[in-house]
Write a protein that binds this ligand. Sequence first.
Ligand code: ADP
Ligand code: MG
Length: 194
Amino acid sequence: MITVENTIKWLNLFSDRIADHKDYLSELDQAIGDGDHGTNMARGAAAMKEALNGKAFKTVQEVLKTAAMSLLSKIGGASGPLYGSAFIGMAKIAAGDETDPAELVRAGASSIQHRGKAKPGDKTMVDVWLPVAEALKSGKLTVDTINQAVQSTKPMKAKKGRASYLGDRSIGHLDPGSVSSGYLFETMLEGGLL
Ligand code: ADP
Ligand code: MG
């Protein structure tokens, strides 16, 4: 069950995971983008952690909305508005007493697609969000499923975002936003939300 406590735990774990892998995320972005994904994400994640701690939240929706605002205003780049939209989408669906994790992630994925217009196979974070939503729906999200989705972006040719300027040269590299999204879902498992 998703609660205020485990949502905050999840997002703190996510923030720490991003901070620990900041250089790696930027290295990935160096290969097919402009090399800022790690610094972008670390800035947003740190702001989110600060906004979430030391405050009392009554609902999961409030937690997700607060996270959305930090991510939206602090990440920057293409991924700021996309993560921001994802969290706003998740906050909207988390209105009731009990939120289904599959619906939560599905709502996040839809918001990302609404904002960025990427389809499955375009080598974006959508290629992690959608399979994770599917796995949750069938009740079997594992670290392996998440890793497979992240790895699936390697042979893809980028059709959206900065990496798409490289055309065929984007093939053979992991998509940085998919790797950071992978951390989001690994820490969701660790946070005990499922
Ligand atoms: P920028 O590309 O502006 O430098 P970042 O480096 O922070 O921003 O983020 C790049 C990531 O954003 C990509 O790896 C990809 O996963 C994601 N991304 C870019 N464009 C889109 C899009 N249209 N839809 C979904 N995700 C996208
Ligand atoms: Mg970048």
